[in-house]
Design a protein around this ligand. Structure first.
Ligand SMILES: [Zn+2]
Length: 461
């Protein structure tokens, strides 16, 4: 399996630090508000990565932090007269709800920044002792000129660093490297903790270094996030961790490209800012959103617009119709060697694609070509009843990664089939009232009946 490592900017064969085990850390949400679908594009890329590593039988520990202390969370909690914990609990839960809506596999652990303040204080102490950090007024800063490798991930020129040019804010500009804050001295009306170097609170970058090394050790196999985190966030994480531990921090850095809306960056001010909740409330199928947000290779920009939604809708209904066809059609006895060929070819293409830096479009191509080929065979009556379980197993196998399939359940099927039988009997005796009642009853459960020359078929709305 090859992955594109931002460190070195090239495709590399993926190996693990310990045989059979993967340690993976992904920067999680800042819980000051609902995450937007651009954030979820990154979380879905990480989900595909996680699911595929599992598919490949790795024993994987996946940690995602919850940033529950920064400028924004503090400000917003104060405005609503809630404690930091009360306020961030609301949006932590909202994040988990959206995650489940999109069928994103939960991480092994979601550590919260505010539960790790003592460990952060310890790390700052080490950096102070080693001379990588200094106190100025009531805050502590990381001295980036002391760390020779600063800039190696992002390509920022180390020679251009200006010592003593400091920044306190959590969301400072991305243009130039600056000494960044490790510990912000206590401000009036802000949450604070006691520390040997004075009361205050941690800077944002520190938490990822502390929590990733605490739970995953050092080095970590994979650290992932959106491209906007490469500088300064990930650059700063490397500086802190490698300065403190004297070891290489991360083996593979993976970054996903932005989501654009109608060719523009998504922004609240432009009115093109969407959350998962809003889109689902507007009637969009969550699985369609899942498909749409993961269907383009993670390093390519994805444009969110009506076209991409329509394409996603089309793809999902092709899959859905196919699965219902397998359920409702009567196939003749036996098996067909041609079906087996199609299944073997599909699995090979699916795995080769994902092995190639998670080429998700190639993997979806394998699924939909398989469906196309099998539909053609079924039209010619060349699919046997014995093939059906194998076909379903092939879809389930790929769906371990895609997680978009809805399999019709057999017991529901039997119920529906018997109601259809009852309705047919009613029609035969010209009892159209009963026949209509059965149709309406099924429709209320989202089941649509289609009367065709080959009999009555049903599908979910
Ligand atoms: Zn981070």
């Amino acid at each position: 399996m090859r992955l594109f490592n931002t460190k070195g900017l090239k495709l590399e064969e993926f190996t693990t630090n310990q045989p059979g085990k993967v340690t993976m850390y992904c920067c999680g949400p800042t819980v000051h508000d609902r995450a937007h679908i651009g954030n979820f594009r990154t979380f879905l890329f990480e989900d595909v990565l996680y699911r595929y590593l599992k598919y490949k039988q790795f024993d994987i520990t996946f940690v995602m932090n919850i940033t529950d202390v920064d400028d924004k969370t503090i400000l917003k909690a104060r405005k609503q007269k809630l404690s930091l914990r009360e306020y961030t609990n609301i949006y932590t839960q909202a994040f988990f709800d959206d995650r489940d809506t999109l069928r994103i596999h939960p991480a092994s652990l979601y550590p919260r920044a505010t539960d790790h303040i003592p460990e952060m204080i310890d790390m700052i102490q080490v950096l102070l002792e080693k001379g990588y950090a200094y106190k100025s007024h009531d805050s502590v800063y990381f001295r980036i000129t002391a760390f020779q490798d600063y800039g190696k991930l992002s390509g920022i020129d180390h020679q251009a660093l200006i010592d003593g040019y400091r920044v306190d804010s959590d969301d400072y500009t991305k243009e130039s490297p600056k000494d960044f804050v490790l510990w912000k001295g206590r401000r009036e009306d802000e949450d604070y903790w006691d520390a040997p170097f004075g009361q205050g609170r941690p800077g944002w970058h520190l938490e990822c270094s502390v929590m990733s090394t605490k739970y995953l050790g050092i080095p970590i196999d994979i650290h992932a996030g959106g491209v906007d985190l490469i500088f300064p966030h990930h650059e700063n994480e490397i500086a802190q961790s490698e300065a403190a531990f004297g070891k290489s921090f991360v083996r593979y850095w993976l970054h996903s490209a932005h989501l654009q809306v109608e060719g523009e960056k998504m922004a609240k001010s432009k009115g093109n800012f969407f959350t998962v909740r809003e889109l689902v409330d507007d009637g969009h199928d969550p699985l369609m959103l899942r498909y749409m947000l993961m269907s383009v290779h993670y390093r390519k920009q994805l444009n969110f617009n009506d076209d991409s939604l329509m394409q996603a809708k089309g793809a999902l209904s092709r899959l859905k119709d196919f699965l219902y066809r397998l359920q409702r059609e009567t196939f003749s006895e036996g098996r067909s060697p041609e079906v087996e060929n199609i299944l073997v070819r599909a699995k090979k293409t699916f795995e080769e694609s994902l092995d190639d830096d998670l080429n998700i479009s190639g993997a979806f191509g394998a699924l939909f070509e398989m469906i196309y080929g099998l539909n053609k065979l079924a039209d010619k009556k060349e699919v046997g009843a014995g093939d059906v379980p194998m076909i379903e197993a092939a879809v389930r196998n790929m769906d371990q990664i895609f997680a978009i399939a809805s399999f019709p359940e057999t017991n529901i099927n039997q119920e529906i089939e018997s109601l259809i039988e009852e309705r047919n009997a009613a029609r035969r005796r010209k009892d159209f009232k009963t026949a209509d009642e059965i149709r309406t009853h099924l429709l209320a459960q989202g089941i649509v009946l289609e009367d065709t020359t080959s009999g009555t078929h049903w599908k979910k709305q």
